[in-house]
Design a protein around this ligand. Structure first.
Ligand SMILES: NC(=O)C1=CN([C@@H]2O[C@H](COP(=O)(O)OP(=O)(O)OC[C@H]3O[C@@H](n4cnc5c(N)ncnc54)[C@H](O)[C@@H]3O)[C@@H](O)[C@H]2O)C=CC1
Ligand SMILES: O=C(O)[C@@H]1CCC=N1
Length: 293
């Protein structure tokens, strides 16, 4: 396969995740805009908007788009994966690489939908790709080689950090770091309201909170210390932090967060199973020739 900087990358699906990745890749200058192709289901206004803002190529004809691509980033909603893959399957070849970011969908399911032997990498980035700060986990399908994994890692390294995991762990990654930005935004929304309830303006609360979040992340990253140790450094005996954390403990916030990640992980598993069942029914009705193993 070509080096990543020479590859032509097709984004199938022009939604939030594709835009986050495209913006991050262009800002990282990993791939020139002319080598990025974007395809959508039917929203041409959205494609024009992406073309104007990022100077990427937009090609609505799937046959042409696929033939042009070395790598295909599958970024449609999980429930659109089967239809999207069946549409492009005739134009795919084993020389291409599919990188799927779809939550819950196994590499085996993608391979089966493609109806041919094709390398597949399953990835779970997050929307912080947009500012080159994604936390991405990757695993390889049966046809993907070490070279394919290296290519995918090169791609995701440009827009954040990436780690390799076993495929069995991908749903948990989805519940933790794929969904993760939303947990921090949720907490930030609540703290913003809290700052205002305590008499600060919305603007002052936002400036202070964003920097506090950024600073805490940098402390975790740069000191390598346990979060507990860093929390204890903030906590003076009988001081303000103790008073605040006591309220969080009374509400069993840790248990709620654990349940949130478990619910998101279970939902990823459930979506994957629903899609595999739907595909199996299609196959049984003779509308598909493949079997999910
Ligand atoms: N939004 C997020 O934070 C993350 C999303 N993901 C995954 O990324 C995928 C996309 O998610 P979003 O971008 O949030 O969804 P979205 O709904 O914003 O975008 C999906 C796009 O796919 C297009 N589409 C649907 N069927 C198509 C087809 N047959 N051919 C071409 N395009 C088609 C839709 O028109 C839409 O523009 C999902 O599978 C999701 O699980 C993964 C990590 C994080
Ligand atoms: O909410 C979702 O299903 C997607 C997958 C990970 C983050 N957002």
């Amino acid at each position: 396969m070509k080096q990543i900087s020479e590859s032509r990358v097709l984004f199938l699906g022009a939604g939030a995740m594709s835009e986050s990745m495209i913006k991050g890749l262009l800002e990282a200058r990993l791939i020139p805009a002319a080598q990025i192709i974007v395809c959508n289901r039917r929203n041409t206004a959205r494609l024009q908007d992406l073309q104007q803002r990022y100077a990427v190529q937009v090609i609505q004809d799937k046959r042409t788009a696929c033939r042009e691509a070395d790598m295909i980033v599958l970024a449609v909603k999980p429930f659109d994966v089967v239809a999207a893959l069946q549409e492009i399957a005739p134009y795919l070849s084993a020389q291409q690489l599919i990188i799927s970011v779809a939550a819950g969908i196994s590499t085996a399911a993608i391979e089966a939908c493609c109806a041919k032997s094709i390398p597949v990498i399953r990835a779970m980035p997050n929307t912080s790709s947009s500012v080159q700060a994604s936390a991405t986990a990757l695993c390889a399908g049966r046809q993907a080689t070490a070279e394919h994994l290296d290519l995918a890692q090169d791609l995701f390294a440009a827009i954040g950090i990436s780690v390799l995991v076993e495929e069995e762990q991908m749903n948990a990654v989805t519940g933790l770091s794929g969904t993760g930005p939303a947990y921090f935004y949720y907490v930030t929304e609540a703290l913003l309201a809290a700052g205002q309830a305590c008499g600060l303006s919305a603007e002052t609360s936002r400036v202070l909170l964003v920097q506090t979040l950024y600073g805490a992340a940098r402390m975790l990253q740069e000191t390598g210390k346990d979060p507990e140790e860093l929390r204890l450094q903030v906590t003076s005996p009988n001081g303000t932090t103790m008073a605040g954390i006591a309220v969080l403990d009374q509400g069993d916030t840790r248990l709620l967060l654990k349940r949130a990640v478990q619910a998101a992980t279970s939902r990823a598993l459930e979506m994957g199973q629903q899609i595999e069942n739907a595909f199996a029914q299609l196959q049984a009705s003779g509308r598909s020739r493949n079997v999910i193993q």
